[in-house]
Design a protein around this ligand. Structure first.
Ligand SMILES: C[S@@+](CC[C@H](N)C(=O)[O-])C[C@H]1O[C@@H](n2cnc3c(N)ncnc32)[C@H](O)[C@@H]1O
Length: 283
């Protein structure tokens, strides 16, 4: 088991959604390279019908819509009312997009109708991933494609590894199941391949994708480190580990996490290592 705490509590239609919405701009900077790599792997063609799973505020839905063009269509499904509202408000006039607030694992979808199931970090939260992927595969045309990006393990991702290691001696780590629903549920490549195979997918390809993440930005180096600290306190496992801690513990944790980020390079940002899987498969 990883010694990085990865608490499985994700209330996407509540607190997690609110935090995500409040940090949208910097999360989009953080996730940009991953999303572009997934869209490239998806090989979208004009006129296609696409399902964007866990679409959030629509950051991946809109470029997908540009690629399918006026003859195509993209349906974004997300369980967070708040994020779906943001996506609807941001949709360019006339774009071939539609958003639905629903659980992608169970929402009714037209059988055999989509060319592509896509996701940018929206598929790791299902309680029963085999059932969820089986359900969504039922909406794919025969020969249709699956393409998504998800995180590799917490130990390979500095946005979690650095802060959680920094507070190890301050807050007792909560042992967690690394396969529980959450950002790192698909960290284990074989487990992910087994889930997709059990859901009926073929031609499963899981490729590592590594990039440098700009985590925290500012006019000066000190501002950037403070911004990285603020972000870690608001989104992700650190925010959950510290949620119920008293002020003195939170202050000690802040000093330790700031020192950890300060060791990373960057001038007006904190540059950290990010590691994902780019996953493709066929129906
Ligand atoms: C890490 S965020 C990614 C959001 C968006 N794809 C992006 O890249 O900005 C995960 C998203 O998955 C959504 N989500 C989690 N479980 C879901 C489910 N069962 N059905 C639909 N959406 C879900 C959350 O509400 C959240 O918007």
């Amino acid at each position: 088991m990883s010694d990085v705490e990865t608490a499985p509590t994700h209330d996407w239609n509540g607190d997690s959604g609110t935090r995500w919405a409040a940090n949208l701009a910097r999360l989009d900077v953080m996730l940009e390279d991953f999303g572009k790599a997934a869209i490239t792997a998806a090989n979208v063609r004009a006129g296609e019908l696409v399902l964007d799973i866990g679409c959030g505020s629509g950051t991946s839905t809109f470029p997908l819509a540009e690629q399918v063009g006026p003859g195509g269509h993209v349906l974004g499904v997300d369980i967070s009312e708040q994020l779906v509202e943001i996506a609807r408000a941001a949709a360019p006039i006339g774009a071939p997009v539609e958003f639905r607030c629903a659980d992608a694992a169970t929402t009714s979808l037209p059988a055999g109708s989509f060319d592509l199931l896509f996701s940018r970090f929206g598929v790791m939260f299902f309680d029963d991933p085999v059932a969820a992927f089986t359900h969504m595969r039922g909406a794919l045309k025969p020969g249709g494609r699956l393409a998504f990006v998800c995180w590799r393990g917490a130990q390979e991702n500095d946005w979690v590894r650095l802060p959680m290691s920094a507070i190890r001696d301050i807050v007792e780590p909560v042992p967690a199941d690394p396969t529980a629903p959450g950002p790192f549920a698909f960290g284990d490549r074989q487990r992910l391949a087994d889930i997709l195979a059990a859901a009926g997918f073929t031609a499963i390809d899981i490729v590592p994708f590594d990039t440098t993440i700009s985590y925290g930005r500012g006019a000066t180096r000190a501002e950037a480190v403070d911004d990285a600290l603020d972000m870690a306190f608001q989104v992700g496992p650190l925010s959950r580990a510290l949620a119920d801690q008293p002020e003195d513990i939170r202050a000690r944790a802040a000093d330790a996490v700031r020192a950890a980020f300060a060791k990373r390079p960057g001038e007006t940002s904190v540059l950290i290592d990010g590691a994902g899987w780019i996953v493709t498969a066929r129906n």
